[in-house]
Design a protein around this ligand. Structure first.
Ligand code: NAD
Length: 503
């Protein structure tokens, strides 16, 4: 017996419809029309996501030296991975797999209506070219689709206006100084956060209305900000945060303004960067309003592997003693991270990923301090978006021996991050519709607004106050699978397989 009953809105709607429909056939629930507003829309991730979804929607194909390519979703858990539902009773307990996206009704990423803000005013087609991530032949074709379907351009005869970001909140104190020349498209009211936050709220309402959307999700993929030092009376409660905004307090980051605006507009907010946007006051606001929050920092390449390898080393009974991580990259994110305060935010989120493994090791071994762990990030313009990551893991092994494992990752950073952005949005939208009921409660409840179920995609998962942080990738994925299974009435994944072991 499951301790809880979990159910999605569609399943309840379908069950109710089936109960009343004359032929007993469930009526499909309408799919909500969802908008996605990206903060940092014109960046590498934002422009790549937008162009890739347009390529899917228009079924574009493009050529490279090795042949013709079609759009795919590789790297996305929901769109390109499967879930084992159970075993066939007919053939040697062979497993049955289904695509994760088919376990429950989920939004189709190409149906997302995308918009957002950037402090750089470049239209999306130019932003995509500036990012230099997608192959040229695809860029060439997709540019004509980077237009606003809901607006016509007043200057040219009925032509669609190019997609352009809304003006963003720029505060030079939060991102690196080297971003200054990019900031040509900024909101007025500098130094007046309350007014800026009100404008972001109006932008969200306007976007929702313009595109006739049921709901909107806001996702921060802007540059990494410096962290704010937590201050009592400024960041600890919603009231303190509002007062600080009204009094033009300097320790209110732009990302906090976007997040507050989103919550006040009943719009979930996801933080894809490492800075500590999800302050205690913001988390309380999310709980008061029942609007989900998730963060921090996309867990794309190096850190994802680290959360697997550390789990492996410790589970194998070895004792990791040092972990050295070097990165160099040449995109705008790398340029911003070449500044000390912004690098510090990234260092903290990358470091945290081994924390639960360290705790697991400490329980059993004299290893309280955990492994030595250093992180180095260098800006190397020549490699562009193609990030290089070199990691060295040293572990103590049997009878005084040493084991050294070195990995070398090369990958376009944004092509790893975009599938995670898709999963974060698809799952955030789904979990807004999932309700659960405990045996002793009379009604269905929403899931906790601090959406820790999205941890698989995040380097430094923010979890409810009473919960432990889980960084290891395997358990994070199983938590997701199990909740999907529970929603369709299946037991949690269990690798006992007694049927194969019983004599
Ligand atoms: P990018 O520099 O290409 O894009 C960021 C965009 O944000 C820029 O266009 C910039 O003009 C805009 N911006 C900055 N501050 C803003 C503000 N206050 N309001 C509106 N727009 C603002 O960076 P990217 O490669 O797209 O990465 C985006 C973020 O995602 C970075 O913080 C990065 O650390 C984080 N991240 C990326 C990856 C990855 O790409 N693999 C992994 C983890 C985290």
């Amino acid at each position: 017996m499951l301790p809880h009953t979990l159910v999605s809105d569609e399943r309840r709607a379908a069950a109710a419809a089936a109960a009343t429909a004359p032929n007993g056939v469930p009526t499909p629930a309408p799919t909500p029309r969802i908008g996605l507003m990206l903060v940092g829309w014109g960046g590498n991730n934002g422009s790549t996501l937008t162009a890739a979804l347009k390529a899917h929607a228009h079924q574009l194909t493009w050529r490279s030296a090795d042949g013709v390519h079609t759009p795919n979703y590789l790297g996305s858990l929901t769109q390109a991975s499967t879930v084992a539902l159970g075993t066939k009773s007919t053939s040697h307990n062979e497993k049955v797999y289904v695509p994760m996206k088919d376990v429950l009704p989920m939004l189709d990423p190409k149906d997302l209506v995308i918009g957002g803000w950037d402090i750089s005013g470049a239209p999306l087609a130019n932003a995509m070219r500036r990012a230099a991530v997608l192959p040229w032949d695809l860029q060439r074709q997709v540019a004509e689709f980077l237009v606003d379907d809901a607006a016509t351009d007043a200057t040219s005869d009925g032509a669609r206006a190019p997609l352009r970001p809304l003006a963003g909140i720029y505060d030079a104190d939060y991102v690196a100084l080297n971003q200054r020349e990019r900031a040509d498209h900024v909101l007025p009211f500098p130094g007046q956060p309350w007014l800026q936050m009100a404008q972001i709220r109006a932008d969200i309402r306007g976007f929702k209305q313009k595109h006739a959307l049921d709901r909107v999700i806001v996702l921060w993929t802007g540059n990494t900000e410096r962290c704010v030092p937590l201050m009592v009376g400024v960041h600890d409660t919603p009231r303190a945060m509002f007062r600080a905004m009204q009094q033009n307090h300097a320790e209110i980051a732009p990302s906090v303004l976007y997040a507050t605006a989103a919550l006040l507009e009943d719009t979930p907010f996801i933080n894809g960067s490492p800075q500590n946007t999800l302050l205690p006051g913001l988390q309380t606001l999310a709980q008061i309003r029942g609007v989900p929050l998730a963060g921090d920092d996309f867990k794309s390449g190096q850190t994802k592997l680290k959360s697997v390898l550390m789990d492996f080393l410790v589970s194998a009974g070895l004792k990791p003693v040092s972990l050295a991580s070097y990165n160099h990259l040449g995109n705008n994110d790398g340029h911003n991270l070449s500044s000390t305060a912004q690098f510090r935010s990234k260092e903290v989120s990358k470091r945290g990923v081994v924390e639960d493994v360290r705790v697991a090791a400490r329980e059993n071994f004299d290893h309280a301090a955990g492994p030595d762990h250093i992180i180095v990030i260098k800006y190397m313009p020549a490699v562009g978006d193609s990030k290089r990551a070199i990691d060295e893991y040293v572990s103590d092994i049997f009878m005084g021996g040493k084991h050294t494992l070195t990995t070398y990752n090369v990958c376009e950073d944004s092509l790893l991050a975009v599938p995670l952005m898709i999963d974060l949005v698809v799952l955030m939208e789904l979990f807004q519709r999932v309700k659960y009921q405990t045996v002793d409660a009379d009604g269905f409840q929403p899931l906790h607004p601090i959406a820790s179920l999205l941890s698989y995609m995040l380097k430094a998962p923010v979890v409810p106050a009473r919960a432990a942080v889980v960084n290891a990738l395997g358990p994070q994925r199983r938590a997701l699978e199990n909740i999907l299974r529970a929603c369709v009435g299946l037991q949690p994944v269990n690798e006992l397989e007694l049927e194969n072991k019983a004599y």
